[in-house]
Ligand binder design. Structure first.
Ligand code: MTE
Length: 326
């Protein structure tokens, strides 16, 4: 039978859960690879919303990134604390508890890292992440990330627009959607030894969504390189969609003619649609989507359509019934 396991929610986070940065980081080298001891909870249907505890320890802070351009697309809202954004995560490849990614994701080797771009393109190929980044200047953009249940964060991401990457591979007329995959390597990602989801994690966007200037491939946050638990070395950020669209540790990007499979839709199609635009009017079958708690705040706030980015993105969906295409 399907079980929903739930322990702590963001609302339950205590002072104890949030340590200062100095205490928070341990030296990466001193931490043993979690391997078999990675504690995966439960089996069967596990929702993207699962509760859990905030982690206490992880690797040393990633290197600082310099030479950033500030993006005019940023929000001016208060940022979520770095300690919260890096200790309360969803990254099922390292376990289903919110604290698992910070505890165990150090086993992922992120350098060197290669991305393969294929499908409906004239110039398919593999590219080393450093070569890809050498072609771009990195921007800092402060975006909201709203996870599917009730919590949201405001994070200064560092990244490059996906729209400036895809044209280099010359998409053909058949490129209607973009399909992304995470690394599949159970040795480095011990959570993949369990079938919490079908691996590799996959996500997709329609081509116009992928080419929208708000969509970025993020390589860092808070002026630093991306912590492993947040999807190092390269993750997607699509700020008007629920957090699960923001796939982490991407190794392949395929341009395709048909709507691609996505992990959470394969897991529970009734609960997670392909579009996953933040929409306070469409409830998740098991809870309301009308309000959210921003991590670090006490009061719940009203969730905004498209996570507050309606002015920029609503036109992508004109004429679509967003209750049907949720
Ligand atoms: N990407 C991979 N590969 N595996 C995952 O389990 N979880 C998703 C998304 N990307 C996930 C993933 C979900 S459900 C959310 S809410 C966000 O990552 C969480 O991002 P954060 O941990 O940086 O807050």
């Amino acid at each position: 039978m399907a079980v929903l396991i739930r322990s702590k929610t963001p609302a339950d986070l205590s002072e104890r859960d949030v340590t200062n940065e100095k205490h928070y980081w341990h030296r990466r080298d001193f931490i043993k690879i979690a391997g078999a001891s990675a504690a995966l909870v439960g089996s069967g249907l596990i929702g993207c919303e699962n509760g859990g505890e905030s982690a206490q320890a992880s690797a040393e802070p990633p290197a600082a990134v310099t030479g950033l351009t500030k993006s005019p697309l940023s929000t001016a809202e208060d940022q979520t604390d770095y300690a919260d954004a890096t200790s309360y995560n969803n990254f099922y490849e390292f376990g289903t508890d919110k604290s698992d990614p910070a505890r165990y994701a150090h086993s992922l080797v992120t350098d060197p890292w290669t991305i393969e771009i294929g499908g409906a393109v004239n110039k398919p190929g593999k590219i080393a992440l450093e070569d890809l980044l050498a072609q771009h200047s990195l921007e800092e953009r402060i975006y909201r990330l709203r996870c599917v249940e009730a919590w949201s964060m405001v994070i200064p991401w560092i990244g490059i627009p996906l729209a400036s990457v895809l044209p280099r591979f010359e998409p053909t007329g058949n490129a209607k959607y973009v399909a992304f995959k995470t690394l599949h390597d159970p040795k480095q990602m011990p959570g993949q030894n369990r079938r919490a989801l079908q691996w590799p994690y996959r996500e997709g966007l329609r081509m116009d969504e992928a080419m929208h200037p708000l969509t970025i491939l993020a390589t860092g946050m808070y002026g630093r390189e991306m912590p492993n638990q947040n999807g190092a070395p390269l993750r997607l950020v699509v700020p008007w969609k629920y957090g699960f669209k923001s796939i982490k540790s991407i190794v392949s990007i395929d341009l395709v003619a048909n709507q691609p499979d996505t992990s959470w839709n394969m897991q529970a199609a009734r609960e997670y649609g392909f579009y996953s635009n933040v929409n306070p009017e469409v409830d998740h079958p098991r809870w309301s989507q009308a309000k959210e708690r921003r991590i670090g705040e006490f009061r719940r706030r009203k969730t905004l359509p498209f996570n507050g980015y309606g002015e920029q993105v609503a036109s992508l969906y004109s004429g679509m019934d967003l209750k049907k295409h949720f």
